[in-house]
Structures are given as C-alpha cells and as structure tokens.
Design a protein around this ligand. Structure first.
Ligand SMILES: Nc1ncnc2c1ncn2[C@@H]1O[C@H](COP(=O)(O)OP(=O)(O)OP(=O)(O)O)[C@@H](O)[C@H]1O
Length: 637
C-alpha cells in the first residue's frame, strides 16, 4: 500500500493513469446508475443519432450505444485484468524458476521462451482462438495469456538472474535457506516494481488483442465488449451510414484505457527503476546552480587540491530521501594522504563518489560543491568529465579487480586508459605499462597474462597501476585492499604510499580500519551519520582524540603497541539517515551527552587547535565549563 502511495505521490503520470482507470472501473461497475437501457435490448429505433433518450445514439440493430459502452467496459476490463494476472503469474514463475534453479531448468525455459517469442503474435492468437472458439470470455483470456507471457518472462528472467548473483542471495543460499524462502522472501520483493509494470503492460496488450480479435470476428461476438462493438460497427457499415460515433465511442474508450495502463506503467518505472526521473531532476537543478555559482572563496581553498564545500548527497528511495552525506566540507592538500574513517553506513563511500561525480542513480547530489584544482567537478558536462577522469583523478574501490575483462590480456587493459587519453605510440604505451607494473610490484611478464592467471592481490595491483597510469593529481581509494589478506594488504599499502611520495599525488583513503589509517595518513577525517565529526592530523587523532565517537572508535581497535586488552564496541546504532537529525547525531550513544544542549542546538564545528576541528558541544565555549567537566567525567567512569 505504501509503495502505491509513494508511486502516486512521486509520479503525476501514474496518478493521472490511475485516475482514468478508476473512473472507467466505476462507470463499468455502476453502469445501471448511468443508463436505464439494456446493452443487448434491440427494442430501440435503428441508426438513431446521439441525443435525446440515447446519449450516443443507437446501432443498426437498435441497441443503445452508451449502454453498450458502459456494460461492455465490464468484460473489456475483466479481460485486461485477468490476462494481466495470469500472464504475469506465468512470467514471474518462469523467470524466477529459470534464474533460481539454473542449469537444465533454465535451458528448458529459455527454449520455450524463444519458441513463443519467435512465433508471430497475431497469427498465433488467431489459430489459438479458432481452436478454443465457443469457450466464451474465459477462452479469450486463456488464448491472450498464452500468447502474452513470454516477453515479461524474458525480462523477469534476466533481472532475476542478476539478482541470483547478488551477494545477499548468495549469502542466503550459503546459510542454508530453503528455495521457497530465497525465491519468495529474498528475490521476489526485489522484482516487485518490474512485476507490477509487467502486469499493466500485459493488461494493455490484452485489451488491444481482444479488440483486434473481436474486430476480425474471432472473438465471441454475442458478448458485449468494446472489441465486439467495433466488430458490429464495421460489419454493419456504420461509417458508410455516416454513424461514425458507433466506431468512435469504443475506439476512444480503448485508447483511453490503453493510455491509463501505459501511464501507470511509466509511473512505476520512474519510481522503482533506477529512479531516473528524480536523479535527472536533481542533477539538472544542481547544474543550473553550478552554472551561476561563483568560485569558492573559503579558507584553505588556496592550499586545497580537492575542496569540498557543504556537500549534501544521498539516495532517492521509495521510502523518501536518504541523506547519507550532510553538509560536509573537507579539503585535501596536494600530496596529502587523507584517511576517511567511520562505522559502516556512515556515508564514506557516498561522500567519495559524490565529490568525484561517480555517484550513480538512485544516488543524487542534493547540493554543495566539489572543486579539483579549482575545477567545479559537479558542474562539468559529461564530455568534460570524461576528459578529467583518469587524467586528473582516479578511483580504486574494493571490488575494482572485477573491472578487469576476463577475455582481454592485462596489457590491453592497462593500455586502454592511456589510449583513451591520447597516448597512441606503442613503444610509449609498453614502456609506461612496464614502469607501472614495477611501481606496484608485479613482474612485467604478467602484462601478457589473462586476469584469471593472477591472484586477487595481483589483480588489485593491476587496477591500482591503471589508476596511476596517467599520473592523476588525486586517487580516491575506497577500501581497496579489504578483500585481501593482511600481508598482501600491508604490502600494497606501503607501495601506494611510496608511489604517492614519488609522484606527489594526493590520496583519499577510505576504510573502517582506524589503526591502519593512523599509520598511513597525514590527516584523518572521522565521519558519523553523514557528517564529518572530527578532523585532525593522524597523530592528534591517535594521541588526543576529542570527539566521544572518535574516542570510542579508537578504543574499539587494538593499540599499535603495548599489552593486549579487551576491546569495547560502541553500544547502540547510528540514527536513520532518512530522517532529519536534531542536534548531534551521536547524542543517543554518547557517554558525555548533555541533554538540552547536544540534542537541541544546531551542530557546529569548533576549532580545538590549528587544523583540529570537532563537531561536539563539549568544545563549545558558550556551554558552562562545569557542566562539560561533569559530563566528561561521566564518560570516563
Ligand atoms: N543505493 C542505495 N539506496 C539507498 N540507500 C543507500 C544506497 N546506498 C547506500 N545507502 C545508504 O547510504 C548510507 C551511507 O552508505 P555508504 O555506503 O556511503 O556508507 P559507508 O560509510 O561507505 O559504508 P561501508 O563502510 O559499509 O561501505 C547508508 O545508510 C546506506 O544504507
């Protein structure tokens, strides 16, 4: 129900379509309230013009056209809805079975699908209806369902196959969940939008097919539907008699019903697909804002390679906007290693992707700025962006090794990025590829290998080599080594650091592992619930963490040296990012919270020392120092 309300709220097209559909259904159900005539009675005069007792005139057989239209809507709608249900049920069952069971089941379903898809639709409908003639409206429903399920099944199968390979389904399989639960609880809900769209698409096909069959005289012409009305109008030569309204009335109604189904279908697509409409809208608004924006004039920007200002980003979901990055401002200096840390889900990746224009729908940048060497990244056209990526900045993320194409040799893939940016000379390409391999610690002969011949660590090094190929000014690394074992992880990190120092590039490094960051970074920014809550040099974060959250994070990791101690987690959960947050987002979990201050005042950053800022009211000079001391003491108890 909530899903339907969201679709209607978000999509004016869906609301219009549903409005038309509901009106037609009401007219059909309440037909006796709108006409006193019977649709089948032939007691009225023939060929009467619209007006008087007969709103739309009468037929050649003396039937009231308005009454036929109202009562005919019942069967037409029944056929649409019934075929929609039957064909969608078949398509869903086939698609899910093919994807879940795979192997022979998938092959068999695929063959069946292909047979139905290559058979021409109309002749198949005609032959099937000839066989089932005399079976009334249910045989029409059966015939149209049998010919109309295959397209939906093909689309659902491919979507279900993609889902089947997603981590959460694989995890459910690995944990021993039964087939029924995986199909109905894990996969089906993710296909809900597609199934609903398929229902309305098939209903539209059914209404049009019924009209086509009836018009050809292949349906049950003794029943009143909009299709059989067209058949009789044509058979009795209504246009030759000048009675165009007999054809126009059912024709327009069919077109109206078709429009309603199509509008609802569009609406579902807009909201449940990749939410393209919203993403595009937000991007357009942002572009306009950026076209008029003045360059940044905030402190630090002269020193900054990457300057992020008041960045707001997140995801448009059917349940509302998720604000995963909230008003974040951050600078990365040339040659600097900036670590970004925080619990899972606090917005680190969203920040990195949004600032580098890599956030895909349903992700959206709601506002703010990101400038790289003064260039407004959020305002660049796709062509300008293409020129800047890889050359000015590149990105390496956790699953990056999967970007390697399994059927191309590593050499070609290393060449690709360089060729796309104008380096065509084979000798130069080869020399640079070898140099890059040396840089990231892989033997040069692996350039001739295929990705499957490399280990995970080597593949990740190849990706890092590709990211460095054009010597970008900035490399953003989002947990690039998390999937690797700790020894390989450490080696790669040391090599990345050596490359950074040698080439003078800046690195933004994202990880949960704060102890690793302390070791590697120049500066660390701690994120919590979409906000940067503390920012300081790595040594200050290690020796004097200020924010209670940073302190808790630090105490959750083993120390770099000294005796082993029992580590404590942070009780509670971060707030939902789909809701607005009043005051400090850490309030509920904070051992030093000051009720009436932290949960009420708008969150601010306070400078504790040069280059050390904390978003915490314990450092607010306007709060009574005694109160702060009491609460700090509480935390240390
Ligand atoms: N496609 C999406 N649709 C809706 N919400 C999303 C989507 N992707 C991420 N989110 C939400 O955005 C928030 C921030 O996610 P993000 O991946 O940026 O966090 P993170 O700190 O990088 O987490 P992790 O360390 O686990 O990668 C989370 O609450 C997450 O649930």
């Amino acid at each position: 129900m909530n899903g339907v309300i969201t679709i209607l709220r978000r999509s004016p097209r869906a609301s219009l379509g549903l409005g038309i559909l509901v009106t037609l259904v009401l007219l059909a159900l309440l037909a006796p309230a709108f006409t006193a005539h019977s649709p089948t009675s032939q007691a009225y005069g023939t060929w009467l013009k619209p007006g008087g007792a007969h709103l739309l005139g009468t037929t050649a057989l003396g039937q009231d056209i308005w009454a036929q239209l109202l009562y005919g809507a019942r069967l037409t709608l029944l056929i649409g809805f019934a075929v929609g249900l039957v064909a969608t049920a078949i398509a869903t069952a086939m698609g899910l079975a093919a994807a879940y069971f795979g192997g022979k089941t998938d092959e068999a379903i695929n063959v069946l699908l292909n047979v139905f898809l290559v058979l021409p639709g109309l002749p198949l409908l005609i032959i099937a209806s000839a066989f089932l003639r005399g079976g009334g409206v249910w045989s029409i429903i059966l015939v149209i369902s049998l010919t109309g399920w295959a397209w939906g099944a093909r689309v659902l199968r491919s979507q279900a196959l993609a889902l089947r390979n997603r981590d959460f389904v694989q995890a459910a399989v690995a944990s021993g969940e039964g087939a029924g639960r995986i199909i109905f609880a894990e996969m089906l809900p993710n296909l809900a939008g597609l199934i609903a769209a398929n229902f309305f698409g098939t209903a539209l096909y059914a209404v049009l097919s019924e009209a086509g069959l009836a018009f050809l005289g292949m349906g049950d012409v003794s029943q009143v539907t909009w299709g059989t009305m067209l058949y009789w109008a044509q058979a009795k030569g209504s246009l030759l008699q000048g009675a165009w309204w007999w054809v126009a009335a059912p024709g327009l109604c069919i077109a109206l019903l078709g429009t309603a189904f199509a509008l609802i279908n569009f609406g579902i697509d807009e909201v449940t697909n990749p939410r393209v409409m919203h993403a595009n809208k937000a991007t357009r608004v942002l572009r306009r804002k950026h076209a008029n924006a003045a360059p940044l004039a905030s402190p630090g920007s002269a020193q900054s390679l990457l300057a992020i200002r008041n960045l707001d980003a997140g995801y448009v979901t059917p349940g509302g906007n998720v604000r995963a990055v909230r008003d974040v401002s951050l600078d990365v200096a040339p040659g600097e290693f900036l670590g970004l840390a925080g619990e899972s889900g606090c917005g680190k990746s969203t920040l990195a992707f949004a600032a580098t224009r890599l956030l895909d729908a349903p992700g959206v940048v709601f506002g703010g700025e990101a400038r790289l060497a003064g260039k407004d990244l959020l305002g660049l056209s796709p062509e300008e962006l293409r020129r800047v990526r890889w050359k000015d900045y590149s990105l390496v993320f956790q699953a990056s090794m999967n970007i390697l194409n399994p059927v191309l040799k590593v050499r070609e893939q290393v060449y690709d990025a360089m060729q796309a940016h104008g380096i065509q000379d084979q000798a130069k390409l080869e020399a640079r590829a070898r140099e890059l391999f040396q840089l990231v610690g892989i033997r040069e002969d692996y350039l001739s290998a295929y990705p499957h011949q490399l280990s995970g660590g080597m593949k990740q090094r190849v990706v890092i080599a590709i990211a460095l190929a054009l010597e970008p000014k900035l490399v953003v690394m989002d947990e690039p080594t998390t999937a690797l074992d700790v020894v390989v992880q450490r080696q790669i990190l040391q090599e990345i650091d050596a490359v950074r120092r040698r080439l003078g590039i800046s690195i933004v490094f994202i990880t949960h592992d704060l102890s690793l960051l302390v070791e590697m970074s120049d500066r660390i920014a701690i994120m919590y619930a979409g906000e940067v809550v503390e920012e300081a040099s790595a040594s200050a974060i290690y020796t004097h963490p200020k924010h209670p959250y940073t302190r808790k994070l630090m105490s959750a990791f083993p120390p770099l040296e000294g005796p082993r101690e029992r580590r404590a987690g942070i009780p509670g959960r971060p707030p939902a990012l789909s809701q607005s947050i009043q005051g400090c987002p850490f309030f509920e979990r904070c051992p030093s919270r000051m009720p009436g201050v932290c949960n009420e005042k708008p969150l601010q950053k306070f400078d504790e020392a040069t280059g050390h800022s904390v978003a915490c009211f314990l450092y607010d000079p306007t709060v009574d120092p005694q109160r702060k001391e009491q609460h700090e003491a509480l935390a240390s108890d």
